[in-house]
Design a binder for this molecule. Structure first.
Ligand SMILES: [Zn+2]
Ligand SMILES: [Zn+2]
Length: 266
């Protein structure tokens, strides 16, 4: 079979970097690039009042408050995420991580990534519900909720203990399937884009929740941030069905129904 451009690019990567370098430093660089590039637009929209029509909350964060988030994120990413990536490499090897050619068939990649999304959402839902109990909220999760008006980059703004939990929920799926590094990267990129969008603070006509059934997105998660922590609900990360199944989206549904009614009278 003829090599595709993707195969050639992958071959270049595995010839020029060791698997350890790819799974740690290159993964870190990829994560930082995707996270900051996808997160900065909503920060700038909020700072310069762009797309105000699509902003979910009327309130905006001050520039100083936005900058504080960015500075802490850089600190946590370098001091927590990077060492975790380095020290967990043997665990990934044990899980069956591989980086050699051929790349997995696209049907394997798609089904694995879909499985990772469903499993992560399930684990995140229960972990997040636990984080909303009094003690854990006070000592851990309140950090993430410091930003009641989220913007893309606040998605990863959390207590280091929560960063570890988020990391755990993200790698359980790959651990079960023994992934190819390419699939792992694709999963990481999509998960980052998903959580950045959910925290963007903007609901556009082209937002994915308008097209993807069962997908939560920014409107769903923004509600979680603006309501008092004991009443917020909407605990799932990606989809809406866990909150629906366990009745933790009642407040959100009620608010949406009232907004809909108001809309009709306008
Ligand atoms: Zn929360
Ligand atoms: Zn959040």
């Amino acid at each position: 079979m003829a090599a595709t451009p993707l195969d050639s690019a992958w071959e270049w990567l595995i010839t020029n970097f060791s698997e350890f370098q790819l799974a740690t430093v290159v993964t870190f660089v990829l994560h930082e690039s995707v996270f900051f590039l996808s997160g900065f637009p909503s920060l700038l929209f909020e700072r310069f009042g762009l797309f105000a029509k699509y902003k979910i909350q009327k309130k905006s964060n001050t520039s100083a408050y936005q900058n504080r988030c960015v500075m802490r994120l850089i600190l946590y990413h370098v001091c927590v995420n990077l060492p975790v990536m380095i020290f967990s490499y043997p665990a990934f090897k044990f899980m069956g991580l591989r980086s050699s050619l051929p790349l997995p068939h696209w049907t394997v990649i798609v089904s694995q990534v879909l499985f990772y999304f469903i499993l992560e959402d399930f684990i995140f839902y229960w972990g997040h519900r636990a984080l909303h109990t009094k003690w854990l909220y006070k000592h851990v999760h309140s950090v993430h909720h410091e930003y009641a008006t989220p913007f893309g980059l606040t998605s990863e703004y959390a207590h280091p203990a929560e960063i570890l939990f988020l990391g755990f929920a993200t790698v359980v799926g790959p651990a079960l399937t023994g992934p190819h590094l390419f699939t792992l990267w694709l999963w990481m990129v999509l998960r980052v884009l998903e959580t950045v969008e959910a925290h963007s603070g903007y609901h556009f006509p082209w937002s994915p929740s308008n097209f993807l059934p069962l997908y939560g997105g920014s409107d769903f998660h923004d509600y979680h941030h603006r309501v008092l922590y004991t009443k917020s609900g909407n605990y799932a990360s990606t989809f809406v069905y866990m909150d629906w199944l366990f009745g933790t989206d009642k407040g959100y549904r009620k608010t949406k129904a009232i907004e809909g009614e108001e809309g009709k009278h306008l």
